[in-house]
Ligand binder design. Structure first.
Ligand SMILES: N[C@@H](CCC(=O)N[C@@H](CS)C(=O)NCC(=O)O)C(=O)O
Length: 208
C-alpha cells in the first residue's frame, strides 16, 4: 500500500469536511488537519491553488490534491481500501453508491444542510422551501431504510458516509428527526462503526 501523507483542509463545523474526517477515521489513516476558518483564508492564493472554487474540504496526499468531499471519499476508498467494498466494483453496486453521492450533493445539500447553514452560519435562504426539501428527502430515506440497514448495500458504503453528517445534524438547522425512525436507526448504526468520529456541535448562541 502507498504510504499516506495526508492533510485535510477543512472546517470542523462543516458537514462536507466531516464526511472526509469520518472516512479517514473509519479507515484508521493518520492525517493533519488544517482549519480554513473564514472567507479570507478560503480566498488566499495558497488555498485557491488547492481549490480554485475556494471551498473546503481539500485533501492532499503528498503532491496529489483532491478538492470536493465526495471526490475525497472516492479517492481514499480506491487508494487505501480497494478491497473493502466502500465503493463496489460491480456495475449495479457502483451505480447504487453513486446515486447516494448525488443525493448527498443534491437534495441533502439543498435540504438539511442548507437549513443548518441558515441557523449555524446565518446563510440566506427561503426557510419553508428549504424545510420542504429536507422533509421530502428524509421521508424518502426513511422509507428506503425501512427494510435495509444501509443506504446502498447490506453493509456500509460511501453512500452512508456521504449522507451521514448533514442528516445526523439536521436538528441543528431546526429539522426534526423524530418523524423518521428508520433514519434514526441508520444514524445509530453509522455511529457504532469502529473508528467513528463525531462532528462537534456548534456553539450555542450564548457562547458564539
Ligand atoms: N461540492 C463541495 C461543496 C463544499 C462546500 O460547499 N463547502 C463549503 C463549506 S461547508 C464552503 O467551503 N463554502 C465556501 C464557499 O463556497 O465559498 C464538496 O462536496 O466538497
Amino acid at each position: 500500500m502507498t504510504t499516506p501523507d495526508l492533510t485535510l483542509y477543512g472546517l470542523r463545523l462543516s458537514g462536507h469536511s466531516h464526511r472526509a474526517e469520518l472516512f479517514l477515521s473509519l479507515l484508521g489513516l493518520p492525517y493533519r488537519f488544517v482549519e480554513v476558518a473564514g472567507a479570507a483564508q478560503r480566498e488566499a492564493p495558497a488555498f485557491r491553488r488547492l481549490n480554485p472554487l475556494g471551498q473546503v474540504p481539500v485533501l492532499t496526499d503528498g503532491a496529489t490534491v483532491i478538492p470536493d468531499s465526495n471526490a475525497i471519499l472516492v479517492y481514499l476508498a480506491a487508494r487505501y481500501a480497494p478491497e473493502a467494498g466502500w465503493m463496489p466494483a460491480d456495475p449495479v453496486g457502483a451505480a447504487q453508491v453513486q446515486r447516494w453521492l448525488s443525493i448527498a450533493a443534491g437534495e441533502v445539500r439543498a435540504g438539511p444542510a442548507h437549513a443548518r447553514l441558515m441557523v449555524v452560519f446565518g446563510a440566506a435562504g427561503d426557510r419553508s422551501a428549504v424545510h420542504a426539501t429536507a422533509a421530502r428527502i428524509l421521508a424518502f430515506m426513511d422509507a428506503h431504510l425501512a427494510d435495509r440497514p444501509y443506504l446502498a448495500a447490506d453493509r456500509p458504503t460511501l453512500a452512508d458516509i456521504a449522507c451521514y453528517s448533514y442528516v445526523a445534524h439536521a436538528p441543528e438547522g431546526g429539522v426534526p428527526l423524530e418523524p423518521y425512525p428508520a433514519v434514526r436507526a441508520w444514524i445509530a448504526r453509522v455511529q457504532a462503526l469502529p473508528g467513528f468520529t463525531p462532528m462537534p456541535a456548534p456553539p450555542s448562541p450564548e457562547q458564539a
